[in-house]
Design a binder for this molecule. Structure first.
Ligand code: ADP
Length: 472
């Protein structure tokens, strides 16, 4: 049996701030089988709901050497939906208001990475064959493993996989963390972790030290080898191209299922698609839009940041206003986008609506009630939103980048290539043309979209293949 230790800083349902939490919450269970024993190790963050904390079982304590410090670590264990989760406890580092964005994140994640390795020594007779790390928060694990734990015989055969969920965030700190916190001064890693004279880059360390690198879509794995997408590390990715691959994320089919979703007014599936518009009428009313089945309803459900291509949307809002269409936005983020959407909702409330909040229930109703989801991202490592939309028969209109390129094609949605408002408008006009003039084609596209397999099963198969390759 191959033993996998999966580690991340967040995992649903315990803590989730974004896509990483979704993946870490779903993938271990999907991969786990009679051949793969997958266990998950997480920080015991104060954001974990009390109902889970209460069920945790205390295992032991051990100390974690961190530079010149020796820090306490408590170990807790919880079996949840068939998967064994370990929680590493240190209230100084993890009892905080925020999951990320604390003044000492460089130290907090270094502690966690080091504690993951000490945990293997301390506990449970679980020496993994593979440690699967995710994003910059656990990027130091492969570095510390190679530099500080290779004298321990059991550790020499451990392989590491590092998955990049979003390269924009790399964990950059003052170079002093390398010696003072990581205890890596005078090791080869000291130079490898430096991204310039003054800056340590944790993610860069993982990319150099791990055995295999994955990203969350095949196209993004190609793109990050180019300067435009590489966030300063494209040359490094090219050097490691033989160890770099992309595996598309899945979505949770139990959560996102229009046939059973309790959060939507009317359930439907591909054979009862005619009922979908009843959700639209309820949604239009709820959002204060003109209630009319014939008007196509476009939606955006997103963090409102530059990454998501909202400059194109903002530029096109006057054009949208001239067209027979509606646009409803749900999201929070940069004020400039929030304010523009609010402005248009204010001047033309029959056509535009802006809900500036994070609202999961409303998101479900919007996926069910909409006709088109806009996602013109500048870059998109994978993107879940377009896959969820398709599951609800809502056609995505995307820019051909990253995971959007891998999931959307002419038969299940609309796309454009160049990051250019005219090209996007052309795609919108194509969608409008099919909506108004080729209704049967629209229905066929909806069915095609709903028939796509974006379940975790497909991704899990790929990860198992990767793990097996590492073991040979
Ligand atoms: P990213 O991880 O870059 O933010 P993804 O498309 O991978 O984007 O995942 C976004 C997820 O967050 C989706 O499940 C989407 O439904 C959800 N989401 C984004 N913004 C909101 C919001 N304002 N309210 C509710 N859900 C949201």
């Amino acid at each position: 049996m191959t033993k996998i230790l999966f580690t991340a800083f967040e995992a649903a349902p315990f803590v989730k701030t974004g896509g990483l939490g979704d993946v870490a919450g779903s993938l271990p269970a999907a991969v786990s089988s009679s051949v793969f024993d997958v266990r998950v190790v997480l920080p015991k963050l104060s954001a974990i709901p009390e109902r889970y904390v209460k069920k945790m079982e205390f295992v032991t304590t051990f100390s974690v050497p961190l530079g010149w410090r020796n820090q306490y670590c408590g170990l807790f264990r919880l079996k949840h939906k068939g998967i064994l989760y370990y929680f590493l406890d240190n209230e100084y580092y993890f009892k905080r208001d925020k999951v990320y964005g604390e003044f000492d994140d460089g130290e907090r994640v270094a502690f966690f990475s080091k504690a993951v390795l000490e945990f293997i020594l301390s506990a449970e007779e679980f020496i993994p064959d593979i440690i699967h790390c995710n994003d910059w928060h656990t990027a130091l694990v492969p570095v510390l493993l190679r530099e500080q734990y290779m004298k321990i015989p059991e550790f020499t055969r451990i392989k590491t996989v590092f998955t990049i969920h979003n390269l924009k965030f790399q964990g950059k700190f003052s170079k002093f963390v390398i010696g003072d916190i990581c205890g890596l001064a005078k090791t080869p890693a000291a130079a490898q972790l430096l991204s310039d004279k003054h800056t340590a880059n944790y993610l860069q360390g993982a990319v150099i030290y791990c055995d295999r690198i994955t990203t969350v879509s095949p196209t993004y794995a190609e793109e990050i080898r180019m300067p435009y997408y590489g966030e300063g590390l494209d040359r490094l990715f090219n050097r490691r191209k033989d160890d770099l691959s992309g595996i598309l994320n899945g979505i949770d089919y139990r959560v996102w299922n229009p046939a059973k979703d309790k959060k939507i007014p009317v359930n439907y599936d591909a054979s009862t698609l005619a009922k979908k518009h009843e959700n639209k009428l309820v949604l239009q009313k709820e959002l204060g839009l003109e209630v009319k089945k014939e008007i196509p309803l476009f939606i955006i459900i997103s963090r409102l940041t530059e990454q998501k291509g909202l400059d194109l949307v903002n530029y096109l809002l006057p054009k949208f206003q001239q067209r027979s269409m509606q646009l409803a936005v749900l999201g929070t983020g940069d004020k400039k986008y929030e304010n523009t959407f609010l402005h248009y909702a204010g001047i033309d409330s029959k056509k535009f609506s802006a809900t500036i909040s994070f609202n999961n229930d409303l998101a479900h109703r919007m996926y069910a009630g909409a006709d088109v989801l806009l996602m013109p991202s500048r870059f998109e490592p994978c993107g879940l939103t377009q896959m969820i939309a398709m599951r609800y028969g809502t056609l995505p209109l995307v820019r051909e980048t990253g995971g959007l390129k891998d999931t959307v094609h002419v038969n299940n949605g609309f796309s454009f290539l160049t990051f250019n408002a005219q090209d996007m408008l052309y795609a919108v006009d194509c969608a409008l043309d099919i909506w108004f003039n080729r209704k049967r084609r629209w229905r066929t596209m909806q069915k095609e979209a709903m028939a796509e397999d974006f379940s975790w099963k497909a991704s899990a198969r790929e990860y198992r293949k990767l793990y097996s390759e590492l073991m040979t």
